[in-house]
Design a protein around this ligand. Structure first.
Ligand code: FAD
Ligand code: SF4
Length: 484
């Protein structure tokens, strides 16, 4: 046995057995689809090392997937980690929550030829989790410190990635976030059963150990204006995500027991993190013993239905106005939800929420899918006389998110917006309409994916570096004005 394989075997023996009981494993199998140690190598060795790596082409951060699969197949995990972390700041997070069926794995040649994809995400997760266990993941150690400081607004994946990259370059990095914890939707949106919070928390700790300064409970617009922060820093990055929930506009939408998805998920995540939340304790945002109806067909809706199942709901139904084929959520997520007992009611729209002060039912109408509109999606229209009523004690609305009005919130009317309300940036430099102010992640793309936020964070960091360097060249030195 090679020394690497021996190390690998020792690692397997040293790993604490965190496996759940067989009963629980059967209940929620998807959480535990990670490998038993020693299974990653055979899986990685299935990669055909094909000439055109379609997996890599369809990975937003262009991971060198065939290379790290080959290294993992040979048991050279430290090198595999070095290759995988060269293009992705948080590979173990992407390995857990990327919709791989739409990205790398969906384009694996083995999958296309119906032999079943190499489980790229699971191998990526395994490599990086191993790196953490072995102590290969280390805080940033810049070759030289720079006096210039950069301010980052938003501690989600886009902001944290940029912080990591800029700190490695030696900048003094300050991250501002209105929440009490860093992580953005990684910590308060995505449920623990998909992404364990310890995985996010250890990344924040690593950034702090590397010298990034966090200012939590700091809401830009309340605690400082954008102009204040521009005076403090050589450059700024806005990575604030999109948080304005699209409202349900049917009669009864304001009844008690009707809640937006993020209120429900934030509460559930806070409770999981050990916080005491009155709305959970008094049952308002707790699905236990309730008939739950979730309205919407995206990944947020899937997270809500699956959280409700875990909280012990009596029944969980998901109502969506189009069919399975046309829903925006990941097919894999729908399959998991169905396995867990969620009932999907396709081509149905809510017409009214019923109840006296508090919701007790959802009146629905069946929808016909007509011809496609300019966006290419079939337009749903109600079918007369096709009403039905679903019992509901808790209704969760998951209809998507729009950006907040950042220029008003930040007191910076000069910030340009697109017609969707996202921040307007130069496609090449990611600079907004304000000099030295950059933007990345969902606030530029609209609601998207973690891996795209990571890609944007990396690009923004490179653009900020180029901008500050150019500014210094013009100034002829590293002036105090850039120090922050
Ligand atoms: C419920 C849910 C589940 C999801 N599941 C997945 C998934 O499984 N896989 C996947 O790839 N993607 C998923 N996504 C999408 C993904 O989470 C986002 O695309 C990603 O988090 C965007 O990153 P970001 O850094 O741009 O913004 P965010 O993660 O939203 O972070 C923005 C940060 O900015 C802070 N902020 C906002 N305004 C201010 C202010 N005024 N002052 C200071 N701080 C501020 C916020 O507090 C937040 O911490 C999910 C989204 C949701 C809502
Ligand atoms: S980052 Fe996402 S898309 Fe890229 S290889 Fe990893 S799981 Fe696949």
């Amino acid at each position: 046995m090679s020394s690497k394989m021996l190390q690998y075997t020792r690692l397997a023996a040293a790993m604490p057995d965190k496996r759940p009981s067989d009963e629980r494993r059967a209940d929620f199998a998807e959480i535990y689809r990670s490998f038993e140690p020693m299974q990653a190598a055979p899986q990685a060795s299935r990669c055909e090392q094909c000439g055109i790596p379609f997996c890599q082409i369809h990975c937003p951060v262009a991971n060198n997937i065939p290379d790290w699969l080959m290294l993992a197949a040979q048991g050279r995990l430290e090198e595999a980690y070095a290759v995988s972390s060269a293009t992705n700041n948080f590979p173990e997070i992407c390995g857990r929550i990327c919709p791989q069926d739409r990205l790398c794995e969906g384009h694996c040649v083995l999958e296309q030829s119906r032999h079943g994809t190499v489980t790229i995400g699971s191998v990526e997760k395994y490599i990086t989790d191993t790196a953490w266990t072995m102590g290969w993941v280390e805080p940033a150690r810049p070759l030289r410190e720079r006096a210039a400081s950069v301010g980052i607004i938003g501690a989600g994946p886009a902001g944290l990635t940029a912080a990591d990259e800029l700190r490695k370059l030696g900048y003094q990095v300050h991250v501002y976030d209105r929440h009490d914890r860093s992580g953005g939707l990684l910590i308060y949106g995505i449920p623990n059963f998909k992404l364990e919070k310890v995985v996010v928390e250890r990344r924040t700790r690593l950034l702090i150990d590397g010298g990034v300064v966090f200012h939590l409970n700091f809401a830009v617009g309340r605690d400082a204006s954008l102009a204040d922060l521009r005076r403090r820093h050589a450059a700024l990055l806005i990575a604030t995500g999109v948080y304005r929930a699209r409202p349900l506009t049917v009669p009864g939408a304001s009844l008690g027991g009707v809640h937006p998805a993020l209120d429900y998920l934030i509460t559930s995540n806070r409770v999981g993190l050990g916080d005491k939340i009155a709305a959970f304790d008094d049952g308002r945002l707790n699905a236990a013993g309730k008939h739950v109806v979730v309205i919407g067909g995206g990944d947020t809706a899937m997270d809500c239905v699956r959280t409700a199942v875990r909280q012990g709901a009596l029944s969980v139904r998901c109502v969506y106005r189009r069919d399975r084929h046309n829903m925006p959520g990941s097919r894999r997520e729908v399959a998991h939800a169905e396995e867990e007992g969620v009932e999907f009611i396709w081509q149905v729209a809510p017409e009214a929420l019923l109840g006296d002060g508090k919701v007790d039912g959802v009146r629905c109408v069946k929808m016909h899918l007509g011809v496609a509109d300019a966006t290419g999606r079939q337009v749903p229209t109600p079918i007369e006389g096709s009403h039905s009523t679903l019992p509901a004690d808790l209704v969760i609305t998951a209809l998507g998110f729009d950006p907040e009005d950042i220029p008003s919130l930040f007191g910076a009317r000069e910030l340009g917006l697109t017609r969707w309300g996202t921040l307007k940036v130069d496609a090449r430099t990611l600079m907004t309409t304000l000099s030295g102010v950059f933007a990345a992640g969902d606030i530029v793309r609209g609601a998207s994916l973690v891996v795209w936020a990571i890609k944007d964070g990396r690009d923004a960091a490179a653009a900020i570096h180029a901008y500050v360097e150019a500014k210094l060249r013009v100034a002829g030195a590293e002036p105090a004005a850039l120090a922050g």
